[in-house]
Design a protein around this ligand. Structure first.
Ligand code: 5GP
Ligand code: SF4
Ligand code: MG
Length: 458
C-alpha cells in the first residue's frame, strides 16, 4: 500500500490526490482521502484507481480544509472489498480519527480476538482496524500517549499516518520495514511512502523517518518522538528489488541506482556468452541496464509493454494473471531472431510469467535464452505487507534452480545470491543496514505468534 499526508496547506485534499497518483504503483484495489477543516473530518473512498475514484471535481469541494491524508491499497490482510478501503475513519468518545496504513501486523488476529472477547465490534476484516480499537480504549489522557500505548501492543510492519481534527501524526514501526519520508511544501509538512510523491507536488524532500520514530504536526509545527525503547533497522529489501518506484529515494538510496547495482552484481555472478540483453519491462529494466553495462553487451528493447495493463501480480485471480502476460508484453522479432538472449526480470514468484515469456521469446526466433533474476529465489512468504502467495505456490520453495530452469524452458537460469543482494543494496558500503530478506532466507526479523493458516508457511 501507499500512504500520504499533508498538514497546513489550503489545497490539502487536492495535493493528496496528486500524491496518491504518484503512489498508485503501491496499490490499485482501492484508495481514499480524509480531510480536516479543523473541526470535522470528511472522507471520500472507493474501489479502483485514484483517477477513477476521484473523477468528479465536486469531490474536492466536499473535502475542505488545511490537512488531509490518503491511501492506495492492495490487500495483504483482509479481503478486497469496499469495507476495507482506507483511510479508516471513526468517531469515538474523544473526537474523530482517521488512519492510513502501509504494512501488515503479525499479531492482529490475536489482538482482535482479545478485543472481540471484551466487547469490541469490528466493521472491517483489515488488520489496521485493531489499532483504532486499541486507541479508542487506551487509558492515557493525551492522544499521543494513547497511540503509543496502542502501538506497543501490535507487532509487525507499519508505516502509519493519522489525522484528527487538529493534528497529523506519522509513525514507522521499530523495525522500519516500510518506507516513509518527510517533506515540506510552502510551509506545510508532507509525508509519503515514497519521495516520488514529493517530486510531483514539488515538495522539498527533508528526510526519511527513522525506524520507530513518530512525528506530530499541528498548527505550532512539527515535533519528533521516539516512543520505542528498542529499534532495529530491518527495512524491506524487496522495496528496492521490485515494489518502490525507481525514481524514489528510500532507505537512504535511490531505487534506480540500487537496481542497476543488482544488475552489475548479477552479471558478475552469472556471466554468459550472449548477443543481447533484454529486460522484462518495467520491473526488470534498471537491473537489465546494469547487467548489460557490466557484461559489455548491448541492451535492446526486445519486449514491448502495453502500458494500459496494470501490474499483473496485484490482480488477485490466477485466471486473470494467466491472460496478463500476453496482454502486457509483445516480443520484437526483428531484435530477437537468431540471437543468444539474456532476459532479466526482478523475481520469479510462481514461475508462470517467466515460462510464458520464455516461450514468447523462443517463438520470436531466439537461438538461446538465458534467464537472469535480479533477486535470490523467493522461497518464503512475506508477513510484513508484500503480497507473496502461500509457500506452496512459490515455485522455488519446492523446486531446485535446475528444475525451475526446465519448467520455464530456458537454456540457463541464474539468480542473484543473497550475499550479492546485500552487497548491492548497500552499494558495497560499510554502513550495513540489516535489511529484511526473510522471503529469500526464511529468517524473519519479527516473529509471529502462531503459524496457523495456509498463508502462513503452508
Ligand atoms: P510469476 O513468477 O508469479 O509468474 O510472476 C513474477 C513476476 O511478477 C515478476 O515479473 C515480478 O516483477 C512480478 N512480481 C513482483 N513481486 C511480486 C509479488 O510480490 N508477487 C507476485 N505474485 N509477483 C510479483
Ligand atoms: Fe520485504 Fe521479503 Fe522481508 Fe517481506 S519478507 S518485508 S518482502 S524482504
Ligand atoms: Mg515484472
Amino acid at each position: 500500500c501507499g500512504v500520504f499526508g499533508i498538514f497546513g496547506h489550503p489545497e490539502a485534499a487536492n495535493l493528496s490526490y496528486l500524491g496518491l497518483y504518484a503512489l498508485q504503483h503501491r496499490g490499485q484495489e482501492s484508495c481514499g482521502i480524509v480531510a480536516s477543516d479543523g473541526y470535522h473530518l470528511k472522507s471520500h473512498l472507493g474501489m479502483g484507481l485514484v483517477s477513477d475514484v476521484f473523477k468528479k471535481d465536486d469531490i474536492f469541494e466536499n473535502l475542505p480544509g488545511h490537512a488531509a491524508i490518503g491511501h492506495v491499497r492492495y490487500s495483504t490482510a483482509g479481503g478486497n472489498d469496499m469495507k476495507n478501503c482506507q483511510p479508516i475513519m471513526v468517531d469515538y468518545a474523544r473526537g474523530s480519527i482517521a488512519v492510513a496504513h502501509n504494512g501488515n501486523l503479525v499479531n492482529a488476529m490475536e489482538v482482535r480476538t482479545q478485543l472481540e472477547n471484551s466487547g469490541s465490534i469490528f466493521s472491517t476484516t483489515a488488520d489496521t482496524e485493531t489499532i483504532i480499537h486499541l486507541i479508542a480504549r487506551a487509558q492515557s489522557d493525551s492522544l499521543i500517549d494513547r497511540i503509543c500505548e496502542s502501538l506497543h501492543q501490535v507487532k509487525g510492519a507499519y508505516s502509519l499516518v493519522f489525522l484528527t481534527e487538529t493534528r497529523m501524526i506519522a509513525v514507522r514501526d521499530p523495525n522500519g520495514f516500510r518506507p516513509l519520508s518527510l517533506g515540506k511544501l510552502d510551509g506545510a509538512y508532507v509525508v509519503a511512502s515514497e519521495s516520488c510523491a514529493f517530486d510531483l507536488i514539488e515538495a522539498e524532500f527533508i528526510r526519511e523517518l527513522d525506524p520507530g520514530e513518530m512525528i506530530v504536526v499541528d498548527k505550532d509545527g512539527m515535533k519528533s518522538f521516539s516512543p520505542f525503547k528498542e529499534t532495529k533497522n530491518t527495512p524491506c529489501v524487496f522495496e528496492h528489488i521490485y515494489f518502490a518506484r525507481p525514481d524514489s529515494r528510500i532507505f537512504g538510496r535511490m531505487v534506480y541506482t540500487v537496481r542497476k547495482e543488482f544488475g552489475h552484481q548479477l552479471a558478475r555472478e552469472y556471466p554468459v556468452d550472449a548477443d543481447i540483453v533484454i529486460a522484462v519491462p518495467d520491473s526488470g529494466v534498471p537491473a537489465a541496464m546494469g547487467y548489460a553495462e557490466e557484461a559489455g553487451l548491448p541492451l535492446e528493447l526486445g519486449l514491448i509493454r502495453n502500458h494500459y495493463v496494470g501490474r499483473t501480480f496485484i490482480e488477485p485471480q490466477q485466471s486473470i494473471r494467466h491472460f496478463g502476460v500476453k496482454l502486457k508484453l509483445n516480443p520484437v522479432r526483428e531484435i530477437i531472431e537468431g540471437k543468444k538472449v539474456v532476459v532479466i526480470d526482478d523475481s520469479i514468484v510462481r514461475g508462470t510469467t517467466s515460462r510464458k515469456i520464455v516461450k514468447m521469446i523462443r517463438n520470436a526466433g531466439a537461438k538461446e535464452i538465458h534467464v537472469r533474476i535480479s533477486s535470490p529465489p523467493t522461497s518464503y512468504p512475506c508477513f510484513y505487507g508484500i503480497d507473496t502467495p502461500s509457500r506452496k505456490e512459490l515455485i522455488s520453495a519446492s523446486h531446485s534452480i535446475d528444475e525451475i530452469n526446465r519448467y520455464i524452458t530456458s537454456d540457463s537460469l541464474g539468480y542473484l545470491s543473497i550475499e550479492g543482494m546485500h552487497e548491492a543494496v548497500t552499494m558495497h558500503g560499510d554502513d550495513k543496514i540489516g535489511f529484511c530478506d526473510a522471503c529469500f532466507s526464511g529468517e524473519y526479523p519479527v516473529k509471529f505468534p502462531r503459524l496457523k493458516s495456509d498463508k502462513q508457511l503452508g
